[in-house]
Structures are given as C-alpha cells and as structure tokens.
Design a protein around this ligand. Structure first.
Ligand code: HEM
Ligand SMILES: [Cu+2]
Length: 542
C-alpha cells in the first residue's frame, strides 16, 4: 500500500458521504479540521474587533487634547484591545492551526478527545460575548489594563466581573485544548515517527500546551482572588486588611511571562516549517531547536519580576531577574541563528509565506533586542510604563505572532481550501503590512525614550509628531488587513485555481502527502512506514 495513492481514493469512496451539513455540522463538530476552521474564523473576527479598538485608541492619540472618547472609555479600549488580541485572536488562532495541522502532520486520524475538542471551542464565543457586552453595563468594560492590576481591579464596576468570568471560561477552554494536544502528540503519532522526528511545529505546540496547563490555573487564581476581594470580604490585595496589592503583580506575572511564550513558541514552530520549505533545505540544527524551545519554556518561569522593577524589589532580586531575563536571549539567539543558517545557501524563493517568515525573523529580532534593553534594571526604571514598552511588545506580538499567522495561513490555505490564493495580492499584503507596521510602531520607541507614558488619552504637545505618524501607520495597517480577508475569502471561492497535493515543492512533512483540500477524514490508516522514513530522510532526521 502506498499511502499517497491509497488515501485520497479512500477519502472519496467512503468518507465524503459522512460529512455532516448545515448548522449541526459546526455546533456538534468533532472533526479536527472543522474545529480548526471554527477556531481560525473566531480568531479572525476577534482580530478585527480588537483592531477596531486599537484604531479608536490611535484616533484619539492623533493629536493632543481629548477629541473623541472620554478618558474612561479610552481606558476600556486599551484594556479590551489587549485582552481580545491575546485571548481572542492570537491564542485561538494557534489552537486552530494545531487542530487543523497536528493530526495531518503526525499522521493521526483526529485529535485524541474529539468531543472535548468541540467543547473547548464552543466555550470561546460566550466568553467573547461577555467581554463585548461589558461595554454596555453600568460603569462600562474593565478599564484596569489587560493585566487587571489590583487595586484598580478590585474597585471597578461589574464590567470587571464579566471580564473575570470570561477569563475563567477562556482558561478552561485553553486547558482542555492543551490536554488534547499533549495526548494527541504523545499517543497518536504515525509508526516510525519518534519524538525527534516530529515536525518542529508539533514540538512547539507540545511544549506550549504544557506551559498553558501550568500557568492558566495561576491566572485563574489571581482573578478569583480579585473576585473574592470584590464581593466576599477577603483582603488578598488590600493593605487595610493585611493584604498586599503587589502580591497580585507577582501572581499575575507568574502567569504573564510564560503567556508571552505561549504566543511566541508556536510561532517559532510555524516559522521552522516555512523557512526550510522555501529554502529547500532541511532545518538547520533541529535538535538545538527542540532544546532551545524547552529551555525558553523553563526559563520563562524564572523571570516574572522583570515586569516589577519599580515595585521596590530587593536589589538581589532585581539582579536575579535581570540576569535570568538576559539568559533567555541565548536560546532565542540559537533559534534566529538556525533560521538564518537554514536559508544560507538554500535555493530560496519568496512566495508570500516565506516573505512573512523572513519579516518575522527581522522584526522579532528587533523586539527581542528591545526586550534585552528593558531587562536592564536601570534602563527599565526609566522606560517602565512608557511607549517604549508598547513598541517592544508589539514587535514581538504583531511582527512575531501575527505575521506568523499570516504566513501560516498562506502556507496552508491551499491544503485547507484546495485552491491557490492570489500570490500578487498576498505579496502586496506583506509589503503593505511590513511598511505600515513599522510606521506605526517604530516611532513609539522614540516616544517612550522621550518619556511618553502608555495608557493615557492625552499627552504633552512635544509628542505630537510621532503620535500623528503612528496613527497614520495604524490606519494604513488596519485597512491593509482587509486585503488579507478578501484574499482568504476569494481563495475559498476558487482563488487562483486548483491546488495540487503539494503546492510547495520543498514541503517535506506529512500534510503534503494527502490531496488538497484535505479530505474530511485523513490517516484513518496511518501513513506507511516508508513514507515516514522517506520524509525523515529528506529532513535529515535520524
Ligand atoms: C496592528 C494592530 C495593532 C495596533 C495599531 C495596536 C495598537 C495598540 C495601542 C495604541 C495600544 C495602547 C498602548 C497604551 O496606551 O498603553 C495597544 C496596547 C496593547 N496591545 Fe496592541 N495594537 C495592535 C495589535 C495588537 C496585537 C496583534 C496584539 C497581540 C497580542 C496586541 C496586544 C496589545 C496589548 C497586550 C496591549 C496592552 C493593553 C494594556 O495596556 O492593557 N496588540 N495596542
Ligand atoms: Cu516578561
């Protein structure tokens, strides 16, 4: 049996009849591809909702003075923009990719717990709804920043309660999703695919899933303590009752720093699939990539107080957290080195996924560098709470996670839809995004260095020019994303023609062995041992 020819026929003759239809298909979905699709569309909707809020923020900041929004509403926009982008857009998008691609890439017929998978997804829309309707309750949405610091968070109106509830729900969803990912990867790999022969994307999702299981309960604990402080007379974060507001920051950032790697590690995985494909070379340093990913994950638990350098930590603690943070630059540097070494002397072509991958490597490195700058205590004391920080984390989150998601979408869209996307439009989307992204966020470094605080609706006149530039850039970026949406919809409707099973000749992973679009059921016979071995050979994995 050769899997390549066997499976497509099998898919047609037998399984396509079993594809459910109508609303029931989505509400009762247990198929990993359908659930992946749900996650990805949910994320797309959240991305545009959070994006509209970002544009409201930038609109208000176009010039000094209060133009459009009350300061209270402005703070609600920053808070909900952050929460929605983190929990609504980026995290579900990677879970969506994992759902769609992991079973295909490791040769499994589906995710391990198909019904729990359904529930993991369907918890998310109600949580998002809670966040959205919180704008309409008395007192409005939560306005304490996405970090929900006490004592602000213990004082606000019921918008905060809705947010806490939403976070609980999203946390449960993440944990169930993670259990599914771990069990699928550990138990359902094709025969012959040892852990060290897995595609790197599987490795990064596996490690990310462990991170999630470790830290989501910590976040849940933090917001639950806020909740009991608010309503049940506890004083965890209230000094008057013997509590300590700084305790909240410790708990939050014990979750919060690993959380940034929850958004970054899957990106590293996707980039490690895309670059070898378009450089037509095996990934350089596969093993070191795995160890670097694991090291980053472990170190991410030891650096949380670098967010708290101005809270009066003892000097020894400041030194510890400073150096621990700098140490993370080492495995991250290993990764960047390996991506560049993969491209070195490769026969590269620059289709849209590759453009986004290279854009990622360049811009993520800038974000990494500004992170090292911020890790230095004396520097952070100056820059903490300024626009420098906003510039830093948007370089890692937008140019890191978001650009990766664009790249991943173009990379796998032919597999998902069976059609090629419009390459010209894709390239245009890339160039438009990378230019407008830098127009938006690069000036924020200067604003921060000059001392402009973040989370304010008004500012001193000296900051006007860079703010105006950033706002123009943000609107350009925002409208540019409609090109992406349009291209995706067009591709679903037929796009630039039918896609072959393997549209990228450099592809060396299992998903390219099944036809495009991937049939509703794949790998109900695991891929043949020869196929797995041949692909491992191509990837130089022994
Ligand atoms: C490219 C479109 C985006 C624009 C124009 C944008 C703009 C902004 C602005 C103006 C702020 C407020 C800064 C402040 O006053 O402190 C902000 C905050 C934030 N953004 Fe974005 N953003 C974008 C995308 C994203 C994405 C994709 C993420 C992904 C996770 C993200 C995460 C955050 C977070 C966590 C905050 C902090 C919120 C807070 O202060 O509580 N943003 N963004
Ligand atoms: Cu951190």
């Amino acid at each position: 049996m050769t899997t390549t020819t066997h499976l497509p026929d099998h898919g047609h003759d037998h399984h396509d009849h079993a594809v459910p239809t109508g609303m029931a298909r989505w509400l009762t979905a247990t198929n990993h591809k359908d659930i992946g699709t749900l996650y990805l569309w949910f994320s797309m909707i959240m991305f545009f909702s959070g994006g509209v809020m970002a544009l409201c923020i930038r609109l208000e900041l176009f010039k000094p003075g209060l133009q459009f929004f009350r300061p209270e509403l402005f703070n609600q926009f920053t808070t909900l923009h952050g929460l929605i982008m983190v929990f609504g857009a980026i995290m579900p998008a990677f879970t969506g990719l994992a759902n769609w691609m992991l079973p295909l890439m490791i040769g499994a017929p589906d995710m391990a717990f198909a019904r729990m998978n359904n529930w993991s997804f369907w918890l998310l829309p109600p949580a998002a709804l809670l966040l959205m309707i919180s704008f309409a309750v008395p007192g409005g949405a939560a306005a304490a920043g996405w970090t929900l610091y006490a004592p602000l968070a213990t004082q606000m109106g019921m918008g905060m309660d809705l947010t806490i509830f939403a976070i609980h729900i999203m946390g449960i969803s993440s944990i169930m999703g993670s259990i599914n990912i771990i069990v699928t990867i550990l138990n359902m790999r094709a025969p012959g695919m040892t852990l060290m022969k897995m595609p790197l994307f599987a490795w990064t999702m596996l490690i990310t899933a462990y991170l999630l299981i470790a830290v989501m309960p910590v976040l849940a604990a933090a917001v639950t303590m806020v909740l009991t402080d608010r309503h049940f007379g506890t004083t965890f974060f209230n000094a008057a009752g013997g509590g300590d507001p700084i305790l909240y920051q410790h708990i939050f950032w014990f979750f919060g720093h690993p959380e940034v790697y929850i958004m970054a590690l899957p990106s590293f995985g996707v980039i490690s699939q895309i670059i070898p494909t378009f450089a037509r070379k095996p990934l350089f340093g596969y093993h070191s990539m795995v160890y670097a990913t694991a090291s980053i994950a472990i170190l991410s638990f030891m650096v949380w107080a670098h967010h708290m350098f101005v809270t009066g930590l003892p000097a020894t603690a400041q030194l510890f957290f400073m150096f621990a943070t700098m140490v993370i630059a080492v495995p991250t540097g290993v990764k960047v080195f390996n991506w560049v070494a993969t491209m070195w002397q490769g026969s590269m072509t620059f289709e849209t996924p590759m453009l986004f991958a290279i854009g990622f490597v360049c811009l993520f490195t800038i974000g990494g560098f500004s992170g090292v700058v911020l890790s230095m205590v004396p520097v952070d004391v100056q820059l903490h709470g300024t626009y420098y920080v906003v510039a830093h984390f948007h370089y890692v989150l937008v140019a890191g996670a978001l650009f990766t998601l664009f790249g991943a979408t173009y990379y796998w869209l032919p597999k998902w839809t069976g059609n090629m996307y419009n390459e010209g439009m894709g390239k245009f989307h890339f160039w438009w995004s990378i230019v407008s992204f830098n127009i938006t966020f690069f000036p924020m470094h200067f604003l921060g260095l000059a001392g402009m605080p973040r989370r304010i609706p008004d500012y001193a006149a000296q900051f006007t020019e860079f703010n105006s530039i950033a706002t123009v850039g943000a609107f350009l970026f925002g409208f540019g994303q409609l090109i992406f949406l349009f291209n995706v919809i067009q591709t679903i409707r037929g796009g630039a023609g039918k896609a072959p099973a393997k549209p990228w000749d450099g592809g060396t992973t299992l998903e390219w062995e099944v036809e495009s679009p991937a049939p509703f059921h794949t790998w109900d016979q695991p891929p043949a041992r020869e196929v797995v071995d041949r692909l491992s050979e191509l990837q130089k994995l022994h």
